[in-house]
Design a protein around this ligand. Sequence first.
Ligand code: TYM
Length: 358
Amino acid sequence: MIPGLWPGIFLTGSACHAAFLYLAAVMSKEIVVSGIRSTGYLHLGNYFGAMRNYVRMQDDFNCYFFVADYHALTTHPDPKLLRENVYRVVAENVACGLDPEKVALYAQSDIPEIPELYLMLNMLAYKGELEKVPTFKDKVRSQPDNVNAGLLTYPVLMTADILIHKGVKVPVGKDQEQHVEMARNFANRFNSRYGETFPEPYPFNYSDQLIKIPSLDGAGKMSKSENVNATIYLADDDDLIRKKVMKAKTDAGPTEHNSEMPDYIQNIFQLMNLVSSPETTETFKAAYNGCTIRYGDMKKQLAEDMVNFVRPIREKSMALQQNPSQIAKILKEGAEKARESSSKTIADARKKIGINYY
Ligand code: TYM
């Protein structure tokens, strides 16, 4: 019999072998990191672009998911609302199926190693490249009175969020693709200056493409702060969902068989694909191709399927929000798990840079 040490106890023979296999499996799990800004109510775009993947990934990967409350400060939110916003994001994530026992679910501001790594990475990020980022340029256009340095270095903070756990898979929607690409560049830049430290992070989605969930008016995407009447929020009640869906942009319908779909009709089919049964979507597709489609009926069906999809999430989230001490516990335990990993990474980064004086 071969004696082996397993958390403080002696194991023998096959038990020892199984334990080592388990340990190897945990250690070999790829690291996943992603965050959601606490800037408003979460919507179907957040769900299908990000949270649906979080939930699927939690069993197979070593996952770190957080509320990006520092990122939210770029828009100077009311301090009185901060806690409520953070708690709601946590509750909505749990309501969507995230299990805080399986993942680290925490607030970005609870991890002091993140701003420390952000500072280090800022020395490797250049003004010119940051000014060219499309999301920064959009903000310069949309809020010219508040073009703060936090907005400019937004992708650097995102990089710190990811690299602090040496994350490799980053489940995000299409709109975050370029930010993750920048994180990859900054990781490589750090490595070539200070030696191999960080793996390259990549955006992730279970299908082969990153997702963008369109708004119901056919003009843009679902968003926490824009297109609010054309965005379905996870907190919307049944009637509001019906009202929003029935207002979705349509037209008089096709006049030729198998004609190409305008964008706004494709959008409605995309949404139907996500919440309705495949048979339902196929029936309406056949009706479209045969020029017999009635968009009123299609929207009614879509509205009911959306109501049925959102209702259990909304109810679970509201119930959890009634219990703030449970949310506080989730955040505290999540921060403990996240700090275990982030403290190791920051020690490594400091050493590589040469910050180890005594
Ligand atoms: P945020 O808070 O805007 O969005 C959270 C997640 O939801 C996705 N998303 C969408 N996906 C598809 N269609 C949509 N209409 C849609 N709207 C939002 C986003 O792509 C994102 O995955 N900067 C990030 C937060 C962040 C982060 C990070 C993400 C901070 N640090 C590190 C990953 C890794 C943001 O503002 O996401």
